[in-house]
Design a protein around this ligand. Structure first.
Ligand code: XMP
Length: 511
């Protein structure tokens, strides 16, 4: 039986990063809300616990507390930031409140030997984000590290294998963070690095099969990697009791609808309904220019169709979604198991009136991890490496009114962008690359004549999770080739511009 680390989430923005680092180390981990009781945690049979950071102040009203029973489980514990402060308070140390937060890099100096410090430099850069601090560690604890502003930046009780670090070892900016976490997992907790994406697949499939039983599940497929991975995992778990719905809204890329449907049917034998709804979407978008209105119309129309289709199915109890960690706006921390789920999603908000229970097997993963799962599931490269595509599709890349003609121009330009990015090897290196049709005409000269035609913007960005992004420094000759082909091959376009804005303050999509 592989080892298991339970991460107790006190609401830090980076709790998921802790889980990710543990996974990267080859150890299975689960994140549980801080309202989970020690008895529930005991039943999960953890081999080690990590207490996350969090925004609250220990002891203030409604601040999440540490269940003292966790300290009696007899497994090694690492408290990070708020987690360390909780340990200090619970075990008899003292804390000082602060109204100002220390945020950013600082230097950690090791002050005493500690199992976490094996192979760690005596002084290294770490990343901090805290207000309160531990002033005296609890009895039995040694102070093991300090920073210029913190006398107790780390503490350890080697006897009981309880450790606290005020900094965040899970973030990349903490230079020795990975080694420190590895020391906790392997030296202190004695775990083995035996967990892989294939274990993720097995475990997820088994858990979903158990949870769903003989019930039916509906899943909205967008053709993107996230919902496709969810569908394939569910297909493994419950076979034909999974019902996938793919809505062709007429706002897809060139040949996308056909490619997606045939790929899903060929490779995975999914129970798939393709709904042809191009006209319904386009007629509702007629005359609409405002981006938010477009998004709402598309979202509502999608829900309407989804509900119509779901009614035709046998009794469905679950709705499966490809929500990833960066999609989860609200932390589940203080709310317990029935947390509210973010409505922004690749299918644009889903039917809440249907009272379906949610299945979101990817909600703890980052995009690159989903790609690994997809590869593990044997998905074709065309899906594994497909770039993200927004739920409202090309409607938010045709600025201004969405018409069949304008979509036609954008599709042709976009298809050239895709071809050239692929052919040059840049497709996989960038987060997204696409064309945008601007609501402008400019003057040009073609042959001997004046033209007055559309402008296409080329948007190519680097990002790790779409929260921030920077424009990709594509080689100039590649930009030139894309531009030349669009202007020559796409009728109605006489100018291409390259978007050199980062996010923030711009966004990746133009609308
Ligand atoms: P922005 O434009 O907000 O986009 O910087 C961030 C990422 O999200 C994608 N995006 C969407 N995805 N539904 C989606 O599923 C949407 O309504 C939506 N809007 C933007 C965008 O392509 C980028 O990857």
């Amino acid at each position: 039986m592989p080892g298991k680390v339970i991460i107790i989430d006190y609401g830090s923005q980076v709790t998921q990063l802790i889980a990710r680092r543990v996974r990267e180390a080859g150890v299975y981990s689960e994140i549980h809300s801080c309202v989970t009781t020690a008895e529930q945690v005991r039943a999960m049979r953890p081999d080690a616990l990590i207490l996350s950071g969090g925004p609250a102040s220990v002891g203030e009203e409604n601040a999440p507390a540490l269940d003292p029973g966790l300290l009696l489980l007899g497994v090694p514990i690492l408290g990070i930031c708020y987690g360390m402060q909780l340990l200090a308070q619970e075990l008899g140390g003292s804390l000082a409140r602060s109204l100002t937060r220390e945020y950013g890099p600082t230097e950690l100096t090791l002050t005493a030997p500690c199992a976490l410090w094996a192979g760690v430099q005596d002084a290294s850069r770490v990343w901090m984000s805290h207000g309160d601090k531990v002033t005296t560690p609890p009895p039995g604890f040694a102070v093991t590290g300090r920073t210029p502003t913190l006398a107790v930046a780390a503490m350890a009780d080697e006897e009981r294998k309880i450790y606290g670090v005020q900094f965040h070892p899970e973030v990349h900016h903490s230079v020795e963070g990975e080694r420190i976490l590895h020391n906790f997992l392997f030296q202190v907790a004695g775990l083995a690095a035996d967990w892989t994406m294939s274990s993720f697949v097995q475990r997820t499939v088994a858990e979903m099969a158990r949870r769903i039983g003989k019930s039916h599940v509906v899943c909205a497929l967008s053709g993107g990697i996230d919902s496709t991975v969810v569908a394939v995992l569910l297909h493994k778990a419950i076979g034909r009791n999974l019902h996938c719905i793919f809505v062709d809204n007429g706002l897809l890329r060139q040949n996308e609808a056909q490619d997606v449907a045939s790929c899903l049917r060929e490779y995975f034998d999914l129970n798939l309904t393709v709904v042809q709804a191009q006209q319904r979407f386009l007629s509702r978008l007629k005359g609409v220019e405002d981006p938010e209105k477009k998004r709402k119309i598309i979202g509502h129309t999608f829900i309407e169709i989804f509900e119509e289709e779901a009614k035709k199915l046998p009794q469905v109890d679950f709705l499966a979604q490809g929500t990833l960690y960066p999609d989860v706006i609200e932390s589940v921390s203080h709310k317990g198991p029935s947390a509210v789920i973010k409505s922004h999603h690749n299918v644009g908000g889903l039917p809440q009136t249907m009272h379906l229970k949610l299945i979101e097997p990817l909600r703890e993963l980052f995009k690159d991890e989903v790609r690994k799962v997809a590869a593990e599931l044997g998905m074709p490269e065309s899906i594994v490496w497909r770039q993200p595509f927004p739920g409202p599709g090309l409607a938010i890349r045709v600025l201004g009114e969405v018409t069949e003609d304008r979509l036609h121009i954008l599709r042709a330009a976009d298809s050239i962008v895709q071809q050239e990015l692929r052919a040059s090897g840049w497709y996989r290196k960038v987060w997204q690359g696409f064309a945008v049709l601007l609501p402008l005409r400019t003057v040009g000269v073609m042959g001997d004549g004046r033209t007055y035609e559309h402008v296409v913007a080329l948007r190519v960005v680097d990002s790790v999770d779409a929260m921030t992004a920077d424009w990709t420094r594509l080689p100039a000759d590649l930009v030139a080739r894309i531009s030349g082909r669009i202007i020559n091959e796409v009728q109605g376009v006489n100018r291409v511009v390259y978007d050199v804005s980062s996010k923030p303050p711009s966004t990746i999509e133009w609308e």
